[in-house]
Each structure stands twice: as C-alpha cells, then as structure tokens.
Write a protein that binds this ligand. Structure first.
Ligand SMILES: C[S@@+](CC[C@H](N)C(=O)[O-])C[C@H]1O[C@@H](n2cnc3c(N)ncnc32)[C@H](O)[C@@H]1O
Length: 277
C-alpha cells in the first residue's frame, strides 16, 4: 500500500520513489538516516524501515504515531497568539525530553500542529537549538492530515527509530539505504550545527565504511557533488525537479538533482526513470 507523509517537509522524495520503482522490492529492509518526512519509505510502504534524524521532535512524533498516540486536537487552536505560545512550549519540551530521549505525546501534538501551521512547513532551528519559523496565517486546524497520521501508524508498525546524527546510526544489514542529507550549497539550517561542504565529504567517507547492499544518495547536482560521488565509485544520474523561487510559491524553476547509486546493475539503472550522466 502507498502512503503519504503526515508532515509537510522540504525536499520530499516521493518523486525519487516513482523514478526507481521498477527495481525496488517492497520486501527490502530500508535505512533512512536523514529521515525528514519519510516520503520515500511511505511511498513503498516497506514493512521494515530503520529511520533516524538529528531532529528529535521528528523522531518523537514518528514513534508516538507508531505506538498509537495521535495528535490531540483539543490541545491546540489555529491563531497567531496560540502559535507563538505553542512554539515556546515546543522548544521547552525539546530541551526537557531530547537529552534522555523521553517519548512525549505533548511534544508530538505540538510537532504536528507547528508543522501544519508554521510558514510553509519550514523546519529551521537557531544556534541555541530553538525552532524559530513564524506563524503561517492558517485560519483553521488542518484536520485532513490527521488521517495521514493514522495511516502512518499502520504503515510503521514494525519500523524502528533512533535520534542522532547519521554517523550514530548503522546501515548494517540494510538492503537499501536512502541518503538524503541537507543539500550542498543550499538551505541547511535544519539543525544548529548546519551541514557544510566538509560534512558532505565526511558523509561520503562514512558511507564507504558501511556494509549495505544498495545506496541511493541525493543532493543538488553541481560540479562538487558530482565529482565527490563519482570518485567514491557511485553511478551518477540526474533528475529534473521543480523548485519554488518566490516566497508565495507562484514562481518555480526547473533544477537538476543528483541521484548517486551504488549496488545496482547497469540493467537496473536503465529501468529507472533518471537521466544517466
Ligand atoms: C533534505 S531533508 C530530508 C528530506 C526527506 N528525505 C523527505 O523525503 O522528506 C534533510 C534531513 O536531514 C536532517 N539532518 C540534518 N543534519 C543531519 C545529520 N547530521 N544527521 C542526521 N540527520 C540530519 C534534517 O533534520 C532533515 O530532516
């Protein structure tokens, strides 16, 4: 069964899932160490997924849904003053629960509410680790997305989660790893530590130490990323994607994303809906 993410998340990978669908086996064990909205794994509805992310509120939210705890709409209301109060409480709860990874239903509710009601579903944390995206002016609670939360709970029955930077999670025994880091040369304030060029290099070095059957890595397509992944022995493809260029979302332009592949045969790559480089 095909699912959609209950969160609005920049850089969703449902398009990538469609492009590689002809060669993907739904029985594979999948690892997503930069989970974001988990659009790729949800598209296929894999039974076994290990997802991790440096964003604790995200991992807490997914764990709560898997364990049957849905966002509690009684606790929230769609208004600017409420949003800013909720944002303070959300930040305080992250500080209180993240160090010992204490699962919190209240934090999960606020994660859902803030994601649906902040400006453009952005996720941005300041240097002190506090979420700082302003209110998105939505007048009503987005109740339709609650159904996606319930579906996530069903899809993720056997999924496991961990919180931390990618190198604290292991790809061992995965049939497929999806590597979707903050992109080179673009917005990277998902986390106060950022993700600079040196981090892109360290990530590729780390991938080389992992025993995993197949890897699909994505990034901005440019000279730096193409040569980084080519030198590490990946097969390179490109895919055109539409990016918003204005705050109101009216203007879009086509850019190319890099899809770097390891562990796939030439025949399998030919079946993918990607442009080979
Ligand atoms: C491009 S988004 C992933 C998009 C996602 N795959 C999707 O389909 O929606 C990048 C993610 O990497 C996470 N992240 C940033 N730095 C990280 C790190 N060092 N280790 C693990 N996750 C990190 C961010 O919190 C964010 O969720």
């Amino acid at each position: 069964m095909m699912y959609r993410s209950p969160l609005k998340w920049a850089g969703g990978k449902a398009w990538l899932a469609k492009a590689v669908e002809p060669v993907v086996d739904k029985e594979w064990k999948v690892a997503e160490p930069f989970s974001g909205g988990l659009g790729f794994s949800l598209f296929f509805g894999f039974k076994h997924v290990h997802a991790s992310d440096i964003n604790w509120s995200l991992i807490n939210f997914f764990q709560c849904l898997r364990d049957g705890s849905m966002p509690d709409i009684i606790q929230v209301e769609a208004s600017g003053p409420f949003y800013y109060k909720a944002r303070d409480r959300f930040n305080d709860l992250i500080e209180q629960t993240a160090p010992n990874k204490i699962q919190s239903d209240e934090l999960s509710t606020l994660t859902w509410f803030i994601n649906r009601h902040c400006f453009n579903g952005l996720s941005r944390f300041n240097k002190k680790g506090r979420f700082n995206v302003p209110y998105g002016q939505k007048k009503k609670l987005d109740l339709n997305s609650l159904e996606l939360c319930e579906q996530f709970g069903l899809a993720a029955q056997h999924w496991t989660f961990s919180h931390g930077s990618y190198e604290t999670s292991s790809l061992a025994d995965a049939d497929l790893a999806i590597i979707d880091p903050p992109y080179h040369d673009t917005f990277a304030d998902y986390d106060p530590s950022g993700f600079i060029e040196e981090d892109q290099i360290k990530l590729v070095e780390w991938l080389d130490t992992q025993s995993v059957n197949r890897v699909i890595a994505t990034n901005n397509y440019n000279k730096f990323t193409a040569s980084l992944y080519r030198e590490a022995g990946f097969s390179l493809c490109r895919a055109p994607v539409q990016r918003k260029i204005a705050a109101k979302g009216a203007s879009r332009k086509t850019v190319f994303e890099l899809v770097a592949l390891k562990g796939f045969s030439a025949n399998e790559i030919n079946k993918m809906d990607l442009i080979q480089c």
